[in-house]
Design a protein around this ligand. Structure first.
Ligand code: ZN
Length: 715
């Protein structure tokens, strides 16, 4: 499927042009038994070089040479050979996946202090920086600047020794940071081994970030799984980098741009041809690029400070179109000897200055404070603002989060406030600039939608009226019909609001009364016969949902698709889930005390019970019949690598037959099922614990012996 790519030998970083695994490789490999140790070692070397090249092309340059499937085949072959001939090394491309879990983050002292950069959004401050530079270097010194985007991510220091990745640390206090070696190793664009001719020790500063599109996608998945979305890409990246579960880090879409050399050491006496450090900052970026590191391509040389100011203005105009967050540009004296001469202050460099973009915060007036009712009954106060342009976007409302936040901000209607927006965050009120109200804002005692007395839970306020509250019901209907629910097409937020306003759908069961009100539906603005019939058909098609889908569709707080599946599998019928006690709920895998209580509360709430009884007159959740026996009772399975279908399907299957599926290997594990591209840590643990390994074929045979089919039949 992949086009045979032209490979330019000069363009290769890791592999020789005649490496057979570069373009259209033959993936019909010789059987392992037919190889001797030398053949295997030679093939492993070629595979590693090719895979490093492919990683680099794919992750750092977005210009792959082969199809993903072909990559997987090469990867699997390498794993196979490393295993068979005991050729695993720490810097093999196979070592990147599967990191296990760390106990805690250690500390690391940086090779060179990671200082901060003076910054301002005012062009006059940038010109003053230029004057200070030229005063120090002499008025007739020719000063040019290297200009780069200022990434809004998380700074890390990454160290390579002899071209091998050895360490990564967060910035911390600039001198000592957290050890995130394993976390950064899991970022696919960070090479395990440098290409070209790197110095013996290279310490380089980079910025870890999550691309915007991947962030949106990741947040959507979190919401579908019933989790809180991340506020912005930066928070998501920062949170991820401190994760101790390395597998979880590898699943997040992290990337990293490298932009500063912190340390470059070559032992000149021992190796006369070791590479000399470039004498300009832009030259260093080129060098980093030649080592295979991911370097942003927007860096430019500015002939003078006015050109640098112009660069920032141009980048500001393109900012919203970039796939990564930036909040300004960094202007550096390009000549490194001049930088050395300029030196540092206590906390920052004298040769660099960050020229920030216009602030994404502005001052405006609070015209009103309204309270929104969420799907779970949570009451969120929102400030309605005199519309103001914040960094290019008009903002007319900003969340105030909860009653405690209002109290701590001391905000009230009429106040002048500072509103900020960072990344993709919903606008927020940062502070009160001037209080102009006579009295503090009083949070309502009653739900604005249904008048029920408000209940408090810590800083949060709730309407306890559940599905009987029209505001919650409207949100519940939207969720019920969404892709995370029963996927009823034609019921987006706007149409649900329209149906509610027309009195057609006030609670969930009303959806199923729509067929009786077809005429009214067809007469709604923008509807007509066809849309009405389509919706009715969609609704009628949803009356026999699978139990798991139905449970997820109810929108119980904390119950996303995965938890709904666990519940369905464990209890089998809706009635059993509905009547399960907290203790019984906690017996379900993945369900802890909090979720158990939430589920119990949901079904116990009288209003919910009434609505659900009504709903069940129309809807018949299909009992989960995957609980098919106890043929595997007492056995514990762990899965690693990818199988011919989703790994979760294999886990579900063995659990349905009475076995346990756990995520880490221990002395209690009976079988480690090893799919393609497996991690190494689980296999090491398996070996240490004498756990039997099964490949997918072996797994299928094993199941067949127990009368279970793998892969399971569709449907
Ligand atoms: Zn209410």
């Amino acid at each position: 499927m992949s086009q045979p790519a032209e490979v330019d030998g000069d363009d290769l970083r890791y592999a020789d042009p005649d490496n057979p695994y570069l373009t259209e490789p033959d993936t019909e490999f010789a059987p392992v038994e037919e190889l001797d140790a030398d053949d295997a070692a030679a093939e492993v070397d070629l595979l590693r070089a090719a895979l490093r090249e492919h990683d680099h092309r794919y992750y750092a340059r977005n210009d792959p040479l082969i199809a993903d499937r072909t990559y997987d085949a090469l990867f699997t072959r390498l794993v196979e050979l490393e295993d068979a001939f005991d050729l695993d090394t720490a810097d093999s491309p196979t070592r990147r996946v599967g990191g296990g879990t760390l106990d805690e983050l250690g500390e690391v002292k940086h090779a060179a202090p990671m200082l901060s950069i003076d910054q301002s959004g005012d062009a006059e401050d940038v010109r003053e920086f230029d004057e200070r530079v030229r005063r120090t270097l002499g008025e007739d010194a020719e000063v040019t600047y290297s200009c780069e985007p200022k990434f809004d991510g998380l700074s890390v220091e990454v160290v390579y020794e002899d071209g091998r990745y050895v360490q990564a640390a967060t910035r911390g206090d600039g001198r000592v940071g957290d050890d995130v070696t394993e976390q950064v190793r899991a970022i696919r664009s960070v090479p395990e081994r440098l290409a070209g001719d790197p110095p013996e020790t290279l310490a380089v500063r980079g910025e870890v970030f999550i691309p915007r599109d991947a962030f949106q996608e990741h947040n959507r998945e979190r919401v579908e799984a019933g989790k809180e979305p991340f506020a912005n890409p930066r928070n998501a990246a920062a949170g991820t980098l401190r994760q101790l579960d390395i597998d979880a880090v590898a699943e997040r879409p992290l990337d990293c741009f490298f932009y500063d050399v912190l340390g470059w050491e070559s032992d000149g006496d021992a190796e006369p041809d070791s590479p000399t450090r470039p004498d300009t900052n832009l030259g260093e970026l080129d060098a980093l690029r030649s080592f295979g590191l991911h370097v942003n391509d927007r860096a430019e040389l500015a002939a003078d400070i006015e050109a640098a100011i112009d660069y920032r203005d141009r980048l500001a105009a393109e900012r919203e179109g970039l796939n990564y967050e930036i909040d300004g540009v960094v202007i550096k004296v390009n000549d490194r000897a001049a930088c050395e001469e300029l030196g540092t202050k206590s906390r920052s460099y004298r040769w660099a200055f960050a020229y920030k973009f216009p602030a994404r915060h502005e001052v405006t007036t609070v015209e009103d404070i309204v309270v929104q009712v969420g799907r779970t009954g949570r009451l969120t106060p929102v400030a309605l603002l005199d519309p103001v342009d914040v960094g290019g976007v008009t903002v007319s409302r900003a969340t105030l989060h909860n009653p405690d936040e209002i109290a701590s901000l001391g905000v009230a209607v009429g106040d002048e406030v500072r509103v900020k927006r960072a990344g993709d965050v919903i606008p927020q009120v940062a502070e009160v600039v001037e209080s102009r109200s006579d009295a503090p804002y009083e949070f309502p005692d009653e739900c604005p939608a249904c008048g029920t007395a408000v209940e408090r839970d810590g800083p949060l306020a709730f309407c306890p009226n559940g599905l009987a509250c029209p505001a919650q019901a409207e949100r519940a209907v939207v969720h019920y019909a969404s892709r995370g629910g029963l996927d009823i097409e034609g019921l987006g937020e706007e149409s649900v609001e329209q149906l509610r306003e027309a009195g057609l759908v006030e609670t969930l069961p009303d959806l199923y009364r729509l067929p009786d009100r077809r005429e009214e539906l067809a007469e709604l603005d923008g509807w007509g016969e066809t849309s009405a019939d389509n919706l009715i058909r969609e609704v009628e098609a949803s009356t026999e949902p699978e139990l798991a889908a139905f449970l997820a569709a109810l929108g119980i707080h904390e119950v996303g698709a995965a938890t709904a599946r666990s519940l369905a599998r464990h209890f089998g019928t809706f009635e059993a889930v509905r009547t399960a006690s907290e203790a019984e709920l906690q017996a379900v895998d993945d369900i802890g005390e909090t979720v158990a209580r939430t589920v119990r509360d949901f079904f116990e709430t009288e209003q919910n019970a009434r609505v659900i009884d009504d709903l069940l007159r129309f809807v018949d959740p299909q009992s989960d019949d995957t609980e098919t026996g106890d043929a595997l009772a007492g056995l514990t399975f762990v899965f690693t690598g990818s199988l011919s279908t989703a790994r979760s399907e294999a886990q579900d299957l063995v659990e349905a037959h009475g076995a346990n599926a756990t995520s880490s290997v221990s002395g209690n594990t009976d079988y480690l099922v090893v799919g393609e591209s497996p991690g190494t840590s689980k296999r090491e643990d398996a070996e240490a614990n004498d756990v039997d390994e099964l490949d997918e074929e072996g797994f299928a045979d094993f199941l067949a012996e127990h009368g279970i089919e793998w892969p399971p039949e569709e449907g």
